[in-house]
Design a protein. Structure first.
Ligand SMILES: [Zn+2]
Length: 393
């Protein structure tokens, strides 16, 4: 088995080197430079390596776009893509990684950055094994994204054509290597502005249109129709929430402006839209139902943004099967699961690259208790090599 070619000591050094490099969202340059230098040492030709212009489309201050490497195959076959994000959360600032038993931890009161340097290191370790031993391989794309932690920006803005149309995608951004994330929830954030008509609440309340009454009727109606909180309709599931209500100035004035914010979630993209549209409909109906003495009603403006896109792969999808088969060869049973969070894979799947997300040993991300499990990390390194070996058959 080619996985025996993995040098565990060197793979561990790859991880430690990457954990030491600062690289918050938008400041991935040093991480990328380290990866480029190591990939070249492993045998990547300079012309295989390039950076895209994703940062020019990211509405924040970013040093660079995504780092992309296209390794030519030694044989024909569906192109594989391995991806991981280069950025870490602000809590990682100033990290000093230290080894503690079979883990890497942060020495001080910072997070470790195992989310997601374990991925960068595992991908690098796989490339070292494949290229330095000149293993037979299909064409392989590496995608190191920027800005994952603040909105999946790199994955959102990557241009699929530049990736060479990968057929199977393996994103690494999780803990246990046997848990393969094959689906993720989609989420909308929505905002409603309810415009009523102001009038003196004591002298001429009938001249006014109360935005407060509209908001109250709308929210009650959302609940009555079954679209509030935990939602189950015809076998379809989702959630919604009213997160904020703001408005009103004085008790003697009919409220003419109320702003309501909330969210909707579902694993089912169509049902997610249904939930958000049902909520919009309740606000519209409520606004029309409140009139003043001359028949003037309230008005609303409703906006929403997609935070994450939902996706769900079938368990017999080639990407999921490739993962399960490779894990089986390492003596591990694959546990497919669906996550409630947002991952680069959400956008990669939406862009037509069927992508599972695998673990490389990160635990308790975004906390001072974060650690990297060395055994799990090494298992992921082997898993990636095994996936390449299997693709040749
Ligand atoms: Zn992550």
């Amino acid at each position: 088995m080619t996985t025996s070619l993995l040098n565990a000591e060197r793979a561990e050094q790859n991880l430690l080197d990457l954990l030491k490099i600062p690289g918050l969202s938008g400041r991935e340059r040093q991480v990328a430079d380290h990866l480029i230098s190591e990939l070249k040492s492993a045998g990547c030709a300079a012309e295989w390596i390039f950076e895209d212009d994703a940062h020019t489309r990211i509405p924040r201050d970013f040093e660079m776009g995504n780092l992309i490497v296209k390794i030519p195959g030694t044989m024909e076959g569906p192109r594989l893509m391995f991806s991981g994000h280069m950025d870490t959360v602000p809590l990682v600032r100033g990290v000093v990684p230290v080894k503690a038993g079979n883990r890497y931890v942060s020495q001080g009161e910072t997070a470790l950055g195992a989310d997601n340097r374990t991925a960068c290191a595992a991908i690098l370790s796989m490339v070292q094994v494949v290229l330095e031993n000149d293993l037979p391989r299909p064409p392989i794309t590496l995608l190191f994204t920027v800005g994952e932690e603040i909105g999946l920006f790199g994955a959102k803005e990557v241009n699929v054509e530049e990736l060479g149309s990968p057929a199977l995608g393996f994103n690494i951004d999780s803990g246990e290597p046997d848990r393969a994330i094959i689906g993720a929830i989609g989420a909308h954030r929505w905002q409603v502005e309810i415009k009523g008509i102001s009038s003196h609440a004591g002298v001429h309340p009938e001249h006014g249109v109360s935005a407060a009454l509209i908001a109250a009727r709308a929210i009650a109606d959302i609940s009555a129709k079954g679209y509030f909180g935990k939602i189950q309709q015809d076998g379809k599931n989702g959630t919604s929430n009213v997160g904020g209500i703001q408005g009103g100035e004085a008790s003697n004035q009919v409220t003419d402006l109320v702003k309501v914010t909330g969210e909707s979630r579902s694993h089912d993209p169509d049902f997610l839209i249904e939930i958000t549209e049902a909520i919009r409909g309740c606000f519209e109906a409520a606004a029309a139902s409140v009139e003043n003495h001359v028949g003037k009603a309230g008005r609303i403006t409703f906006n929403f943004q997609a935070d994450y896109h939902a996706f769900r792969m079938q368990e017999d999808h080639p990407t999921v099967e490739a993962t399960a088969n490779a894990l089986a060869k390492l003596g591990i049973t694959c546990k497919p699961e669906v996550t409630n969070g947002g991952l680069d894979a959400n956008f990669l799947n939406v862009k037509g690259i069927p992508t599972v997300t695998l673990g490389a040993g990160q635990h308790n991300p975004h906390t001072v208790d974060e650690y990297a499990d060395i055994e799990e990390y090494l298992t992921c390194c082997k898993l990636l090599v095994q996936i390449v070996e299997d693709a040749v058959r």
